[in-house]
Design a protein around this ligand. Structure first.
Ligand code: PEP
Ligand code: MN
Length: 357
């Protein structure tokens, strides 16, 4: 096994992608049939996409969903390359997938978020890739916002001699309802860029947003922050897609998005102010989601009080809560006045909501 460091990873180049232009990888979440795969591929190739993605082995969170077409899809991807000239990319999660994909000559393998989170799986994948240093491997961030896990996954591949590496930011899982399907936490990919400055860093706005209307604004945001390219899910008939239907765009919509995206030069990813503002936005998204969750629990309490003939306002409980929160706030470095103001506003809204039931 070799001893490469993250500094050894070089920028990925793909035939036909001009230097300075974002690398666009597009295609369906899943290959579903030969027809759907080829129709989508021809349509995205016609708008200038050079790398086609399609999952054939699908890691689904819950059992019983569509788990991909399996090895059959490899032939369809080969046809895509023959007929359009695009490079072909698919997700691998096991040693068997890697072997089948290498035998089929797949150009780009990506490791998904559920796999990059597992060091045993990453070690197995890395060992199965040993000696195949011509292949390009993209590593999506793990589900949890843990930079070390992401770095560790990349390092295992590097140790196996794979230097054509890139990273894909697809956001992080978080509990509760949020505006985005996966929380961007942009400071994590920024830190990765600092540690591996030459590595191609892509953004996957489809999996971050989870809804097609978020793809364009997130894609623009990513380019503004200096990401090298985008992985976008695109399907000829997104509403009928067997996986990730809500976030896939049609080839026509993709064409519009790509035409409207502005590539600004000279905006370094290290732009401190942009990074800090991004963190503020992330915090605000979290705050609103937590407040919404709190109000919903509060309404449940309201229903309980109503059912049991209890008063909405319970002064002793309120005093105890305020006291505990002031103490907690103090430990976190918040002034008493501020904590009191916030807690009062939240409590007033809770009472309003319970009274209106
Ligand atoms: C995918 O790209 O379709 C996929 C399953 O992505 P992720 O691993 O980011 O969830
Ligand atoms: Mn998907």
């Amino acid at each position: 096994m070799s001893n490469y460091s993250l500094q050894d990873i070089q920028q990925l180049a793909f035939t036909g992608v001009e230097k300075g232009q974002p690398l666009i990888i597009a295609g369906p979440c899943s290959a579903e049939s030969e027809q759907q795969t080829l129709d989508t591929a021809k349509a995205v190739s016609a708008i200038g996409v050079k790398v086609f993605r399609a999952g054939i082995w699908k890691p689904r969170t819950m059992p019983g969903g569509f788990e991909g077409v399996g090895d059959n899809g490899l032939r369809w991807l080969q046809r895509v390359r023959q007929e359009t000239g695009m490079s072909i990319a698919t997700e691998v999660a096991t040693v068997e997938h890697v072997k089948a994909a290498l035998d089929a000559g797949i150009d780009v393998l990506w490791v998904g978020a559920r796999t990059s989170a597992n060091p045993f799986a990453m070690q197995d994948l890395a060992e199965s890739l040993h000696g195949h240093d011509h292949v390009t491997v993209l590593v999506k961030n793990p589900l949890t916002p843990d930079l070390d896990l992401w770095l560790g996954a990349l390092q295992r591949l590097l140790n196996a001699g794979i230097t054509r590496l890139g990273a894909v930011h697809r956001g992080f899982s978080s509990a509760g309802a949020h505006i985005y399907r996966n929380d961007p936490q942009w400071h994590i990919p920024f830190e990765l860029r600092r540690l591996a400055p030459n590595m191609t860093l892509l953004c996957d706005p489809s999996h971050i947003g989870g809804k097609r209307e978020y793809v364009e604004p997130l894609a623009q945001q990513a380019l503004d922050m200096g990401f090298d390219g985008l992985m976008i899910e695109c399907h000829c008939h997104p509403d009928n897609a067997l996986s990730d239907s809500a976030q896939q765009v049609t080839p026509d919509a993709l064409k519009g998005i790509l035409n409207r995206l502005v590539v600004r030069s000279g905006l370094p990813i290290e732009d401190e102010l942009a990074l800090l503002r991004q963190q503020i936005d992330d915090c605000d998204h979290e705050l609103l989601a937590v407040l919404a969750r709190r109000m919903s629990v509060s309404r449940e309490i309201g229903q309980f009080k109503k059912a049991h003939n209890l008063r909405v306002l319970q002064p002793a409980r309120y005093q105890a809560v305020i006291h505990a929160r002031l103490e907690e706030g103090k430990h976190l470095g918040l002034t008493g006045d501020f904590t009191q103001l916030i807690m009062q506003a939240i409590h007033e809204e809770s009472v309003r909501q319970q009274l209106s039931l």
